[in-house]
Ligand binder design. Sequence first.
Ligand SMILES: Cc1ncc(COP(=O)(O)O)c(C=O)c1O
Length: 360
Amino acid sequence: MNLRVPGPTPVPEDIRAAGAQQMINHRGPEFAELINSVHSGLQHIFQTKQEVSILTASGTGAMEAAVVNSFSPGDKVLSISIGVFGNRFAQIAEIYGAEIVKPTIPYGSAADPELIKNELEKNPSIKGVLVTHNETSTGVTNDIKSIAKVVKSFDKLLLVDAISSLGCIPLPTDEWNCDVVISGSQKGFMVPPGLAFGVQSDAALSASKTATMPRFYFDFERHTSYYHRGQTPWTPAVSIFYGLDLALKKMLNEGLANIFTRHEKTATKVRSAVKEIGLKLFAEDEQSASNTVTSVRIPESVDAKRLLGLLRTEHNIVLAGGQADLDGKIFRIGHLGYVEEKEIDEVIEKLKVVLPEVGF
Ligand SMILES: Cc1ncc(COP(=O)(O)O)c(C=O)c1O
């Protein structure tokens, strides 16, 4: 099957095999060696000197961790949402008692750093900013470098959801002064779902000392303190650790810069091919179109369900539909992590076959 959703991504054969190894004592020396190796690989991918908390959770767990380790109930938090996952970040903060300030940004657009500047000027009591690096639901990437410059010039905390971008699109955590950056195993890492990661800057670490949102399972400090013993506080997803360790070695071997270039090349190819077919990209400005997932507008004449259904049943290709308000309006092609040119060629070729059958 050609699985082209924006995560979980296909998992290379050797990583799958690594995940099938026998269990070990997660409080023993073998695990200590494993977590050490994974930890240094993750630091490389996050481009950080800070410690990385490794949570057994899906990405949403890391979103929750980012929030509860940074804020207290009643804190004013600026949510920069450009889609479903940005909304989720805000929703988590709101559930834990944050007061959310949320300017409306149309789906398909990236966040304008100038708008963030205006919001921070208008609301001096804002404590931190939530932003999605790569909005998987719309296929748009935010300019975190510029956003971070603005947010840090106001000395606020910047929390970045890099779940569908880390290890695919450049995000040097320390260099850009991001305070909390989170990600998950099932996207750029080419590993099954099950682990999520979070990094805190010194400013975020210091904020967490006074942050009073309730936390236990997702307490970053518990994770980093156990890491010093070569453990995690709770039983970890050991099988995913096995796969991730190999995946990180493969990624380091390929080189981060080469991985970024590969994603850029693949995305450019997908976008050109989609436009050549006569379809329109959902991203308003191609400059901010994502290098990990391409969102395509579904023409009025086309039944989205039939299009995706036929691709799946007749051609073994699985694409993603639109989420929430975008259901039936767009479809999405995932091209992150483990993807080869021939798989993209196949998607394009079969789109050309199926589109006329569904009214295009
Ligand atoms: C940008 C982004 N944030 C958050 C999530 C949520 O992650 P999970 O589904 O692993 O909880 C996803 C998953 O697709 C995502 O792409």
